[in-house]
Design a protein. Structure first.
Length: 481
């Protein structure tokens, strides 16, 4: 890469990259949006019993209130990223936030569970349009010196939002603000959404997209079908006892992904514009393999929450507070990643995964040995260690995933990264939940320790896969495209 005033030359092509004066303010707005998305993904769990009582719904519908959001989000991420490449990140961010905010209003006013489920699906779609633009924005607006700091804020939003969701959900449900009860967990998105929309319109640069991109409708249909065949069983199969279709669908996804890959290579050879260019997928394959395993490993926190509440009698609020100290580790891990990951590359990522693994192993030992005597204070050190490893590993993996990506491919790459995060999280919850409930007859502590052991095994695989990562960040002169 050479810098020519306000123009960067990347692999022989010139891109306008004027430093935008309000980029840090725009980053704050973008990170707020990611935080709101992660909170909304988790906030509903605490309120489900109240929703069941007031709307008179059954278990299947109750599951869809959570699953609908996850599916809408996961199936839209890659499409949202590609649309951002075509029309510009700001337009898609604003459109996604508008959809999300309007759907939040619909969820908050829903008088029937069917309306609530539909609103949750639309919320997920809005998030899927919006979230990929954030990583694309960071990649486009911050140079190599500023990007690690910007990535620190972005990476921290995921785990912090996930932890804050149950806390906020419990607080809002119990507070019964203005008599709204559980509806407050959705209505709180209205002022946040309006704030994010106003902030985006004022602070985000309206850079044009790469209009020469054309959407690949056949590729989009194939990819959506394949992702649905994977995600739907993951978010519903465990709750339903893994019926036959929950096994058949993931198997059917294999040929669907194969046909999709063949179609993308064919488009590429013919000079067309594939939805996910093969060279882009090859470039990010190593980092996505590690990212998938890391997020699968931390999905076990779902089981830990169940153990604290079902096995030890913690309230949802107490369980959320037990995991709150992990935010200290997350912040520290992100700061370390900002300073050390660019220098040490895969060695730093491996260190983060190792700390995360050590934290989970220590949790498993404490759960197994102390059983019903386990307290929140006993979990303090391993919880902080898990946060430290998670913050360090996720930050460095996000950076490695986007290193060397051309500006015109940033949205597509961001969509892939966010889809990997969602796939890993869903897989981790399904895997650890299955192990937990299969062993529950032997006691909650034994079941939880077993789930933690399986997750630790996944993290051992992640640690081994870090050897395939580049030692240092890929230079921009080697940009994919």
């Amino acid at each position: 890469m050479v810098d020519d005033g306000c123009v960067k030359v990347v692999a022989g092509e010139r891109y306008v990259v004027e430093k935008y004066a309000l980029r840090w303010w725009a980053l704050a707005v973008a990170v707020l949006a990611v935080l709101v998305d992660m909170i909304d993904n988790q906030i509903v769990a605490v309120a489900l019993p109240t929703i069941r009582r007031e709307l008179g719904t059954g278990d299947a519908a109750l599951q869809w209130i959570s699953a609908g959001y996850a599916l809408g989000f996961a199936l839209t991420l890659i499409t949202g990223g590609r649309l951002g490449d075509r029309h510009g990140p700001k337009k898609l961010f604003v459109a996604g936030m508008l959809v999300f905010t309007a759907a939040s209003l619909g969820a908050g006013l829903a008088g029937h569970v069917g309306v609530l489920i539909a609103a949750r699906v639309v919320q997920g779609v809005g998030s899927g349009l919006m979230v990929p633009q954030v990583l694309s924005f960071v990649h486009a607006e911050f140079d190599e010196r500023e990007r690690p700091k910007a990535m620190t804020w972005y990476a921290a939003a995921f785990p912090v939002g996930g932890l804050a969701g149950p806390l906020l959900g419990g607080a809002l449900t119990e507070a019964d603000l203005f008599g709204t009860g559980w509806r407050a967990i959705f209505l709180v998105n209205l002022p946040l959404g309006v704030l994010a929309l106003a902030g985006a319109l004022v602070t985000m640069p309206g850079r044009p997209g790469f209009r020469r991109h054309r959407m690949d409708p056949v590729g989009l249909a194939l990819l959506t079908a394949a992702l649905f065949a994977v995600f739907y069983p993951l978010v519903q199969g465990r709750e339903l006892g893994w019926p036959v279709w929950s096994i058949v669908l993931p198997v059917a996804a294999i040929p669907l992904f194969g046909v999709f890959a063949w179609h993308q290579r064919l488009q590429f050879r013919r000079g067309g514009e594939p939805l996910l260019p093969p060279d882009l997928l090859r470039h990010v394959a190593g980092s996505q393999a590690v990212l998938l395993c890391v997020n699968t490993g931390v999905g076990v926190f779902f089981v830990l929450t169940l153990h604290l509440q079902l096995g030890l009698g913690f309230t949802p609020w107490e369980a959320a507070l037990t995991f709150a100290p992990s935010t200290l580790g997350i912040v520290a891990g992100n700061v370390l990643a900002m300073r050390l990951a660019p220098k040490f590359g895969r060695a730093f990522t491996a260190g983060g995964v190792a700390v995360l693994l050590a934290g989970l192993v220590l949790l498993a030992v404490l759960v197994a040995r102390q059983d019903s005597a386990l307290s929140g204070w006993a979990l303090l050190v391993p919880v902080i260690a898990v946060g430290l490893g998670m913050g360090a590993a996720l930050n460095s993996l996000f950076a490695a995933s986007m290193a060397g990506i051309r500006p015109e491919r940033a949205g597509a790459a961001s969509g892939v990264v966010n889809t990997t995060v969602q796939l890993g999280t869903a897989t981790g919850i399904a895997l650890s939940g299955t192990v937990f409930f299969a062993r529950l007859d032997s006691g909650s502590a034994s079941a939880t320790a077993g789930a933690l052991a399986v997750s630790a095994g996944v993290l051992v695989l992640a640690l081994a896969l870090t050897a395939a990562l580049p030692h240092l960040s890929v230079p921009q002169s080697q940009a994919v495209g």
